[in-house]
Design a protein around this ligand. Structure first.
Ligand code: NAP
Length: 226
């Protein structure tokens, strides 16, 4: 499949790398190609700059958000939650129409430091805001409740099967996304319902952040026992 991964951070890198490894035709989207390639310092979390990651993956192209979205059959939103709508606007509504968007972004507000708060919750969600802003897009919220490395290689955890969730209005879009999640190795994929159920998974973030603090690692996940 031709896939545009919008976002050059650790989530964009994890998704783009794994999708390319699985044989998909992947283009990563960014605001400014030259500026992204010119970064040489690790990010705030100590991850290597995009240019170093890309040098080892010549099959993955880098393009502007609009160029990446234009040719894609399916898109991934791996941008910072507070700018996701701006990034999708830059991608261009015409380039998004009728396509599936895997939305991994979380509505985190770091303006008062760490841990962040949620800038939307309870009665609305970022997933819904994206769906409302781009009605022709088929938004499927998923993978926002675990760290990037585990999104794409879940078997890295020794504790066995763990859970991921999908939320979205379009049944066929969710089916396609579930197929991709299965190709990553996910085995417990729980369909929560329409895009309003993204409120629930986005509101898991305050719990996830405290768990990371308590366990001192992001390498864990929720496992729904039933
Ligand atoms: P991030 O630092 O949150 O976001 C990086 C991306 O945001 C870059 O591609 C950057 O564009 C874009 N961006 C920043 N400011 C922008 C603006 N003003 N307009 C348009 N785009 C802008 O990266 P991340 O840590 O990989 O996380 C991506 C998303 O996944 C976030 O929403 C995060 O909450 C969510 N998430 C992360 C994890 C994780 O393990 N890190 C886990 C679950 C969910 P450029 O490429 O142009 O710099």
């Amino acid at each position: 499949m031709k896939i545009a991964v919008l976002g050059t951070g650790m989530v964009g890198q994890a998704l783009a790398g794994r999708l390319a490894e699985l044989g998909h035709d992947v283009t990563v989207g960014t605001r400014d190609i030259a500026a992204t390639m010119a970064r040489t310092e690790p990010d705030g979390m100590g991850n290597p700059p995009y240019s170093a990651w890309a040098a080892a993956r010549p099959a993955v192209r880098l393009a502007t958000f609009a160029e990446a979205a234009e040719g894609a059959e399916l898109l991934v939103n791996a941008t910072s939650g507070d700018v996701s709508i701006a990034a999708l606007e830059a991608a261009g509504a015409d380039n998004l129409a009728g396509k599936i968007l895997i939305d991994i972004a979380n509505p985190l507000d770091f303006s008062r430091g760490f841990p962040p708060t949620l800038f939307v919750k309870d009665t609305d969600s970022l997933g819904e805001q994206i769906q409302a802003a781009f009605p022709q897009l088929k938004v499927v919220k998923t993978l926002n409740t675990l760290t990037a490395a585990l999104m794409v290689i879940p078997a890295q955890l020794a504790g066995g099967e763990h859970s991921v969730f999908v939320s979205g209005n379009d049944a066929d879009a969710k089916k396609t996304v579930v197929g991709l999640l299965e190709s990553f190795g996910h085995t417990d994929i729980i369909d929560l319902g329409d895009i309003t159920t993204a409120r629930g998974t986005e509101m898991l973030l305050p719990v996830w952040l405290r768990l990371m603090g308590a366990l001192n690692t992001p390498m864990f996940n929720f496992k729904i026992v039933r």
